[in-house]
Design a protein around this ligand. Structure first.
Ligand code: MEV
Length: 316
């Protein structure tokens, strides 16, 4: 039995995070500069059915049986076993590595799940269709995020820009003119599960106010899609600024994020906003060829621990 490897990109949300959990549209794109990688290697000398798990990045060395059932890795592996009606996996080692920072809004959880599900299904000789991979990863996302929308597992599985509405079939769209974003990391870990739960509590306390904020974010996502399809990415700048203001009102920004957003705009970015769950993690800035170096430098000076440049375009 050969070894099988699968890799998955990270992702960023361009518009509509949080509101997407409540049925509004959101736009997300894959980020191929960061990746999760999973290899499943046969271990013919190991005890029958033993699945060892080695994830050195997070200091994890264990076996499937030793993990609690609600551990995301155990849930992903058992999800594949149930899907394929497999009771015992031929003894193997699952090696996981990732350059996607955890709890930073770049979809590290979804990327590991998707790569693991694909690699394991291939190891078992039964590769899964994308739709099933995404559905299994969504079940794991519920452990990571509590009440996720499904956007992370969708964009990571299909590796294409998506216009996502919860519960609806995959909708991709055309990026008429590619554009460049800088992704800057505050270095502050912020688990999405916490911000999603806090927004839920705030929505329950003030439903009318939050629904207005969500609807406004949804309108911005629709306008952004039109601008992208029309080949006018510069129109995204003001929309990003408006979306950031709504996220501030939802209570998911932070002084770190606001400082980076302000610094990017002052250095010439066309717009900037937090991206993902918020409170920490990453922000994004829309830049042009003539401003991108200055904005990247200013973001680092303002405290970003890492700045990634990514071009948003349709998949080749
Ligand atoms: C996380 O990448 C995006 C959120 O909207 C949560 C979700 O949609 O599941 C914050």
């Amino acid at each position: 039995m050969p070894a099988f490897t699968s890799t998955s990109p990270g992702k960023i949300i361009l518009f509509g995070e949080h509101a997407v959990v409540y049925g509004q549209p959101a736009i997300a794109v894959p980020v191929t500069q960061v990746r999760a990688r999973v290899t499943v290697l046969p271990q013919p000398r190991a005890p029958r059915g033993q699945v060892s798990i080695h994830a050195p990045d997070v200091g994890l060395q264990t076996t499937l049986d030793a993990l609690p059932a609600d551990h995301p890795l155990a849930a992903a592996i058992r999800g594949v076993m149930t899907e394929l009606s497999v009771e015992h996996i031929p003894a193997c080692m699952v090696r996981i590595s990732s350059s996607i920072p955890v709890a930073s809004g770049l979809g590290s959880g979804a990327a590991v799940s998707v790569a693991l599900i694909r690699a394991l299904a291939a190891y078992l000789g039964r590769p899964l269709a994308d739709e099933r991979v995404s559905a299994l990863a969504f079940e794991v996302e519920k452990i990571h995020h509590g009440t996720p929308s499904g956007i992370d597992n969708t964009v990571v599985t299909y590796r294409q820009p998506v216009f996502f509405i919860k519960g609806r079939p995959l909708e991709t769209f055309s990026i008429r003119q590619p554009f460049t974003l800088l992704i800057a990391d505050t270095g502050v870990a912020s688990p999405t599960k916490e911000t999603v739960a806090d927004v839920r509590a705030a929505w329950q306390a003030e439903p009318a106010r939050y629904e207005r904020l969500f609807a406004a974010a949804g309108s911005i996502a629709r306008a952004a899609r039109q601008a992208i399809e029309a080949g006018q990415p510069q129109r995204l700048g003001p929309l990003m600024n408006e979306n950031h203001a709504l996220l501030q009102e939802m209570g998911v920004s932070s002084h770190h994020l606001d400082a980076l957003v302000r610094a990017a705009r002052e250095a010439g970015a066309l717009g900037a906003k937090l991206s993902g769950g918020g409170r920490g993690g990453n922000m994004i800035a829309l830049v042009q060829a003539e401003t991108k170096d200055r904005v990247a430098r200013v973001l680092s000076e303002a405290g970003a621990v890492r700045v990634i440049e990514t071009e948003v375009r349709n998949q080749e």
